[in-house]
Design a protein around this ligand. Structure first.
Ligand SMILES: Cc1cc2nc3c(=O)[nH]c(=O)nc-3n(C[C@H](O)[C@H](O)[C@H](O)COP(=O)(O)OP(=O)(O)OC[C@H]3O[C@@H](n4cnc5c(N)ncnc54)[C@H](O)[C@@H]3O)c2cc1C
Length: 534
């Protein structure tokens, strides 16, 4: 029989990106914290973030303007109170990060602010030019490693949420090295498992990010929200390899221009903001140009930035392009859209509470509706900082399950599963081809059918390989996203339907999905957008 461990903590944090580690640090003076992460501590999207953190900290800026830009980009689906919290609590959260040791780039001693698409002000703080995420991750990892109230469990994957009646009392994890189950019991559990990028063949996200937290929450009965909204970044480097290397929007903020194969700039034909139009508009324009030219990519011309400035401000990008044989800035680089950011996720209030008592969610796996239908560039690291802090405050109010309750902890967890080789590959192809930048009813219905058919290939096993649980989570989340996309019969933000090209006033609402009682079938309802300022 497989042995197993049971550990008791005050708080359990699943995930070690900006959202998980920041939340853990804000919990650590209130009790013992376990941080679980399924790979090394550093792995996650946070490490790869380039452009920076959007925050209204400069003298010329105002949180009110940041709020306006966030709502504008969100295309009617931002909940105003959530966006207001992001913009107005952003400056103090970022100041706290700087005080913790985050070294942002400076000009003459003053914090340097960059510009990105759809921002009306220069408000992007950054570190090491385009190495912001790595610097955030460094500071937070050092802080959690120093903290005696935080225990870190690397190579430990959350596979199932533990519940007593309707309340979450911890998580069942799998130690991927010892190959044993570990039960973490806690007063409050927070999912910070990141986005879903790796459900797509072409993505900027690292391999650990494929929707585990969303799948766990759904199985436990939590409400999910706006799953149809995936942001496709318009300019991933179109070179072999996975994930795709991102060419940050900050390049276009500094003058880089999208051009077609004849070297002609094209964004002015698509949007009044040209190369700095919102991401969804730029991504569709790139797809359009690729189709018109019958080419698998368009190009980004970096010459307008100038060699010296390019090398100074974007050292990581320059190095990565040159390593792949592109002599920037002399040569334009091939680019294509890639799945990048998930606006949907586990529905939470502004303090990270999900619909299940004791269960919280924060960061990219959560949907607070702060990004609406389309996230404003560089708002997601800020999201992790602002809402991580609030979430930690709310988690402190949770009380431990009693010994009697703990005895009841459901151990009716699903049996480990396995799938054939190629299963994950097929999901990613299907999602890219049918639930991608441009969608249609026919394509979405095809995806639904294929995903249904694929579920027959999932079988039980005694030996839970990592590939099995991750892939089954990926399959579940892909199915739910496709279901949501099929139901949204309009185009809004990042969700674009060729058969419904306009936004519909009747569909200006959130999509909520939860499993039907006693089955895993999704039930869909709608909720209004919160419009009132706080
Ligand atoms: C290339 C790139 C560039 C970006 N640039 C920017 C930018 O400039 N500015 C900006 O604001 N945003 C940017 N983003 C987006 C931003 O980086 C992410 O939205 C943000 O970092 C997400 O943080 P997170 O903590 O929610 O998730 P992540 O940082 O992705 O962390 C998720 C964590 O969960 C763990 N995990 C997942 N499943 C499990 C499981 N089952 N059990 C245990 N652990 C699990 C992972 O191992 C990982 O540690 C970028 C993203 C990418 C990919």
């Amino acid at each position: 029989m497989t042995s197993c461990k049971q550990l008791q903590y005050d708080f359990v944090v699943v995930g070690s990106g900006v959202a998980g580690l920041w939340t853990a640090l804000h919990l650590a003076d209130a009790g013992k914290v376990a941080v679980l992460t399924k790979d090394e501590l550093r792995q996650g999207s946070t490490l790869h973030a380039q452009g920076g953190i959007a925050v209204a900290l400069s003298d010329e800026d105002d949180p009110e303007l940041h709020l306006r830009d966030t709502i504008e980009a969100g295309d009617g689906l931002c909940d105003v109170p959530a966006a207001e919290i992001l913009a107005f609590e952003g400056p103090s959260a970022v100041t706290a990060l700087i005080e913790m040791g985050f070294k942002c780039d400076r000009d003459n001693g003053q914090v340097a602010f960059g510009r990105e698409a759809a921002h009306s002000q220069r408000r992007i703080i950054h570190a090491q030019g385009d190495g912001t995420g790595a610097e955030v991750q460094r500071v937070l990892m050092e802080a959690v490693r120093r903290h005696c109230a935080i225990d870190i469990f690397e190579n430990t994957a959350a596979v199932h949420l533990l519940k007593v009646e309707d309340r979450c009392v911890g998580v069942q994890a799998h130690d991927l090295v010892a190959e044993i189950p570990v039960f973490f019991l806690s007063a409050a559990t927070v999912l910070a498992t990141g986005g879903i990028g790796c459900l797509y063949r072409v993505t900027t996200n690292p391999p650990v990010v494929l929707g585990d937290g969303v799948a766990l929450a759904y199985r436990a009965g939590a409400t999910l929200k706006d799953l149809e909204f995936v942001q496709f970044h318009p300019t991933a480097l179109a070179a072999p390899g996975y994930p795709k290397f991102l060419l940050s929007e900050a390049l276009r903020g500094d003058g880089a221009t999208l051009v077609n194969y004849r070297g002609e700039p094209f964004m002015e034909h698509y949007h009044k903001m040209g190369d700095l139009a919102p991401r969804d508009e730029v991504a569709r324009a790139v797809v359009q140009e690729m189709k018109a030219a019958d080419q698998p990519f368009a190009y980004l011309d970096l010459r307008p930035i100038g060699r010296e400035r390019l090398e100074r401000n974007f050292p990581t990008i320059v190095q990565n392009c040159r390593d792949r044989g592109f002599q920037v800035p002399d040569q334009p680089v091939p680019v294509s859209p890639a799945a990048h950011y998930f606006m949907g996720g586990i529905a939470t209030d502004c303090d990270g509470r999900t619909s299940i008592p004791g269960l919280f969610a924060v960061g990219e796996c959560a949907c607070i509706s702060v990004h609406g239908a389309n996230r404003l560039a560089s708002n997601s690291l800020l999201d992790g900082l602002v809402f991580g802090r609030r979430c930690a405050r709310a988690m402190r109010d949770c009380i431990h399950p009693s010994p009697a309750e703990l005895k009841q902890v459901e151990r009716d967890r699903p049996r480990p599963v396995q799938v054939g080789t190629g299963f994950y590959h097929d999901i990613r192809e299907l999602m890219w081809d049918h639930v991608g930048v441009v969608r249609s009813e026919a394509a979405l219905r095809t995806a639904v059918q294929h995903l249904k058919h694929m579920s027959t290939a999932i079988t039980e096993t005694d030996n839970p390989p990592r590939y099995g649980f991750e892939t089954v989570n990926a399959h579940l989340v892909a199915s739910l996203m496709t279901f949501a996309a099929l139901n949204r019969t309009e185009s809004r933000g990042a969700h674009y339907r060729v058969d419904y090209r306009d936004a519909s006033p009747h569909m200006r609402c959130h999509t909520l999905i939860r499993r039907a009682p006693h089955t895993y079938e999704p039930q869909l309802t709608y909720a209004p957008v919160a419009e009132q300022r706080m």
